[in-house]
Design a protein around this ligand. Structure first.
Ligand code: UDX
Length: 455
């Protein structure tokens, strides 16, 4: 088949190279010249495990064409897959400017019978609106919603070994065509995993066919439920701090109940990234549009927003009320490990709050410095390494679960620091190990014993 992918972000570029390796001819449209040149040179412009190898080998097949032009690419295609970005508006609703612009540009060029697939996350009801635009074009272009569930840092693995594939729409033939298209990836997934250096997984993959509106709602509901789980864990963590319990022990046992599940119950500095904050606010906005008050998601959102301040306050208390001129090292600026993405990064939010409170802040991240720099407002010192960042610090705060931070020897840390406060904002460390190195440990929901003694 000939396929055009609109947008080359985490979802678009990954999808494009996988379909190329599955044997199709793929055009990938990227309007940004700098990014396009990087892809044409055989690399990705973002950091993601295995993607560079898949991009360079896709180019070698002679069937992968990164381009900035809708002409030719779209005109020749039997399937167009929209993977353009949906940033949020200041009011929290989704900004669909790129969605509509890309769809209009594609519909104008698509031939009769070609299928338009929406992979970008859009609010429920968007597909129906786009179908009206298709109808006014007078063309027969079936519209399929095919939400994406990949996580950054495991984008390739998630796109090869998924739990479920969802397609929604009202044209049965088009839905079958898209499911068959994905089967071509499934057939070659082990070969592609080998190129990407990813260990193959043997997991059952469910194919789910739904209505258009259901497919759109599945995506945001799934992400919002995961965000809700995190906020739930964080609210119990606040209680654990006061009541004298350890949130790790609590959630470990809570998650052992298969009905609940152990994932996304890790308390800490809260969720960030390009998806959860946006999908939660997008769902709230969708609710308002349809007259439904999603109070539960509003609570999840405000709890999440409170976490950075909660951690800074704990830090301030441990430093006898003031952070003025205290040397603080913040390790981790990406919103999670193994990505350079800094969108809604809790580490950056905390670093900026610490600067505002008068602390002398240094920051470090193994991959995200470049992306973080504009958001740091030049107030924090950017260190060259973990060691450089922590040297002479009064307090070290870890905000991202990068392996290199988790493996850093606590005794070495204690030697390099000038004082002894260790803030584990990801609840990733063993309290005993940190304390054995002579450091004072503060986690999120893990200082229960002390609070319990005071009560
Ligand atoms: C998420 C969804 O997982 C994915 O299915 C969807 O397609 C896109 O959105 P992503 O944003 O890449 O993926 O990252 P994810 O691993 O889900 O983490 C999101 C945020 O939640 C990160 O900041 C992470 O640190 C935080 N998190 C995650 C927690 O604070 N606690 C947890 O238990 C899990």
């Amino acid at each position: 088949m000939t396929i055009t992918i609109l947008g080359t972000g985490y979802v678009g570029l990954t999808t494009a190279v996988l379909f190329t390796h599955a044997g199709h001819t793929v055009y990938a449209i990227e309007p940004n010249k700098e990014r396009l040149d990087i892809i044409k040179s055989g690399r990705s412009f973002f950091y993601e495990k295995g993607i560079d190898e898949l991009v360079s080998s896709a180019l070698e097949t002679g069937r992968f064409f990164p381009t900035d032009s809708y002409d030719e690419s779209v005109e020749q295609s039997e399937v167009v897959i929209s993977c353009v970005g949906t940033p949020d508006n200041p009011d929290g609703s989704s900004n669909l400017t790129y969605i509509y612009a890309a769809a209009r540009d594609a519909i104008a060029r698509l031939r009769d019978g070609a299928i338009f697939v929406q992979k970008s996350t859009v609010p429920v009801g968007t597909g129906e609106k786009l179908k009206k635009i298709i109808a006014t074009s007078g063309k027969n272009i079936p519209y399929v919603s095919n939400p994406e569930f990949l996580s950054e840092s495991t984008a390739v693995a998630d796109s090869l070994f998924y739990d479920r594939l969802v397609v929604g729409g009202d044209d049965g033939d088009a839905l079958r065509t898209i499911l068959d298209l994905y089967k071509t990836i499934e057939d070659k997934r082990n070969d592609m995993a080998a190129i990407a250096g990813i260990t193959p997984l043997d997991k059952p993959m469910r194919h789910i066919t739904t209505t258009l509106n259901s497919a759109e709602l599945i995506k945001v509901s799934a992400n919002s439920l995961l965000a809700l789980k995190i906020s739930y864990a964080n609210s119990i963590a606040k209680l654990a701090d006061k009541a004298g319990a350890d949130i790790k022990e609590v959630m470990d046992a809570v998650g052992a109940d298969e009905r609940i599940g152990k994932h996304f119950l890790n308390a800490g500095r809260g969720y960030g990234g390009g998806c959860f904050p946006k999908d939660v606010s997008g769902l709230i906005a969708s609710g308002l549009e349809y007259g439904v008050d999603l109070e539960i998601m509003q609570a999840a959102q405000s709890l999440n927003e409170s976490m950075a301040g909660y951690i800074v306050e704990k830090m301030q208390d441990a430093m006898h009320g003031s952070l003025q001129s205290k040397k603080v090292a913040v390790l981790g600026l990406s919103f999670k490990a193994n990505t350079s993405d800094t969108r809604r990064s809790p580490g950056i939010k905390i670093a900026n709050m610490l600067c505002k409170a008068g602390a002398d802040v240094s920051v470090y991240d193994p991959k995200a410095i470049e992306e973080a720099e504009p958001e740091l407002h030049r107030r924090a010192r950017i260190a060259d390494s973990t060691e450089d960042c922590i040297t002479d610090a009064d307090a070290v705060l870890v905000a991202t679960n990068w392996q290199e931070f988790l493996e850093y020897e606590p005794r070495l840390l204690a030697e390099k620091m000038r004082s002894d406060l260790f803030i584990d904002a990801i609840n990733g460390y063993n309290v005993t190990d940190i304390e054995a190195a002579g450091l004072r440990y503060i986690g999120v929901g893990r200082n229960g014993e002390k609070a319990g003694e005071e009560n």
